[in-house]
Design a protein around this ligand. Structure first.
Ligand code: GLN
Length: 491
């Protein structure tokens, strides 16, 4: 039998349906792969017993012909998703050994459809970061290395564990979240596919909140089709999340292979940055040429407020984070430090429980929301956000179906190589992705090529609200043209 871990989700679905192998065999193959890959630090909690129990139960259902669309598929879950009875920490010390008594809506939908949980995946603390280096469990290794080098690279962040585990064949797909790029940037760094759906497409209930008006969950997978299959189970209206939208979930997989002939693809001139590596520039034109060859029409578009997106994001996101994180005070759950009185309890717990980057965000957020600064920073950033959204609306009003951009300004970098002296160096990673969150639009990252050192690079497609299907159709054209990329195993 071929190695079960190297199958795509679609191939595994067929093998399970044809009874070529069982979910228990598929699950065991992944559990062994996880054990052999602990050096990557992608999982912060392995749940082998639960995985086997879930797999056995699904095998019985498959035998009875009563299986859901993801029956028997082993997945990894970002540690930001609450999982009933399984420790959930957002990779922050402040949550300690918090074990939720409830299941997030998204994960409960995945289990409803028959998926199997292998464990919880590493991420940046409270999803704040672009390299998975702020996790209290330590950094994650990217399965990709520069040719001829032993340096361990970051997998991107904040969903670094998700991207690394999917790329290293430790799980068939993973949940992830994206507030400013955390699905798309790690996908680009690891040659995986990641989609951030339209704001409101997936329920946020039971996901640890970072910046509630920007947060959106989505899948990371090894192919565009696999991502479409996962999103179908993850998406949907949830009365428990008032920002979730009541629109029927389409069969995203049906969009794969659909003709893109006549589609209008915008190429935004403001994304052509000074000093952008020639390789990224080349990848971008190649991607455009592939879409053109498939019958799409290319048009230059302008998104004039792009240059304000990153500064505005780094006001809005910390502002919301400072408010969301106020609940971690040592009183109800998680870490509690010794103290003489209640104020000291808050202070000691928060000082001890939050890492440096989270503390920085809380301080920035509190500052921009404080009396006297609110109008100058927060209110102005909100106005900029409206203008960014309008840029996209103007583009779509001209008949543009999707916008093509690079996913990241560079390939993966080494652990500890960026952001040490200046956090802005790290923030610049999200230059092409934050606009999409600010505007609430769907965005997909698809592997499209490699740089001179053999590292994967991705392209991003941005769509109209609730038109994820267009992104799947176009994404698959890029995937077909670029081919698949698998890292050479060194772990
Ligand atoms: N890197 C960005 C940040 O640190 C985005 C993170 C995310 O999307 N969760 O805020």
């Amino acid at each position: 039998m071929t190695d079960l871990t190297s199958l795509t989700l679609a191939e595994a679905r067929k093998g399970l349906a044809d009874k070529t192998f069982t979910s228990l065999e598929l699950t065991d193959a992944h559990l062994s792969a996880i054990e052999a890959a602990r050096v990557l630090n992608a999982f912060v909690m392995e749940t082998p017993e639960q995985a086997r129990d879930m797999a056995k139960a699904v095998d019985e259902k498959i035998a009875k012909g009563d299986a859901g669309p993801l029956a028997g598929i082993p997945l990894g879950i970002k540690d930001l998703f609450a999982t009933k009875g399984v420790r959930t920490t957002a990779c922050s010390k402040i949550l300690g050994n918090f074990v939720p008594t409830y299941e997030s809506t998204i994960t409960s939908q995945l289990w409803r459809d028959g998926a199997v949980m292998l464990g919880k995946l590493n991420n940046d603390e409270f999803a704040m970061g672009s390299a998975n280096e702020t996790s209290c469990f330590g950094p994650v290794g990217n399965p990709w290395r520069r040719e001829g080098s032993n340096t361990t690279l970051v997998p991107g962040g904040s969903s670094g564990g998700s991207a690394s585990a999917v790329a290293a064949l430790l799980c068939m797909g993973a949940t992830a979240t994206d507030t400013g790029g955390s699905i798309r940037q790690p996908a680009a760094f690891t040659a995986t596919v990641g989609i951030k759906p339209t704001y409101g497409r997936c329920s946020r209930w039971g996901i640890v909140a970072f910046a509630s008006s920007l947060d959106q969950a989505g899948p990371i997978a090894r192919s565009v089709r696999d991502a479409a299959m996962l999103l179908r189970s993850m998406a949907g209206h949830d009365p428990k999340d008032t920002t979730s939208v009541d629109i029927a979930v389409p069969d995203y997989e049906a969009a794969i292979g659909k003709s893109v002939k006549g589609m209008k693809i915008g190429i935004p001139k403001e994304y052509r940055l000074d000093g952008m590596p020639a390789e990224i520039e080349k990848l971008w034109s190649e991607g455009a040429a592939w879409l053109k060859a498939a019958g799409a029409e290319l048009v230059e578009v302008s998104l004039p407020h792009t240059k304000y997106a990153l500064p505005a994001y780094y006001i809005v996101a910390p502002a919301e984070a400072s408010s969301n994180l106020a609940r971690y005070d040592g009183v109800r759950y998680g870490l509690r430090e010794q103290a003489k009185n209640i104020v000291e309890l808050y202070e000691n717990t928060r000082a001890e429980g939050f890492g440096a980057e989270v503390r920085r965000r809380v301080m920035i957020g509190t500052y921009v929301l404080s009396a006297g600064y609110y109008d100058a920073y927060y209110l102005r950033a909100q106005k900029v956000r409206t203008l960014i959204k309008k840029d996209f609306e103007d583009c779509f009003a001209r008949g543009v179906d999707a916008i093509l951009t690079p996913a990241t300004p560079s390939a993966a970098f080494g652990i500890g190589e960026k952001g040490g002296a200046d956090p802005v160096e790290m923030y610049l990673n999200d230059i092409f992705t934050v606009t999409v969150n600010m505007a609430g639009l769907p965005g997909i990252a698809v592997p499209a090529g490699k740089d001179a050192q053999g590292l994967p690079l991705g392209l991003q497609l941005i769509g109209r609200p609730f038109e994820e299907e267009t992104l799947f159709s176009l994404g698959e054209v890029i995937e077909q043209a670029a081919g698949r990329f698998t890292p050479a195993r060194w772990w």
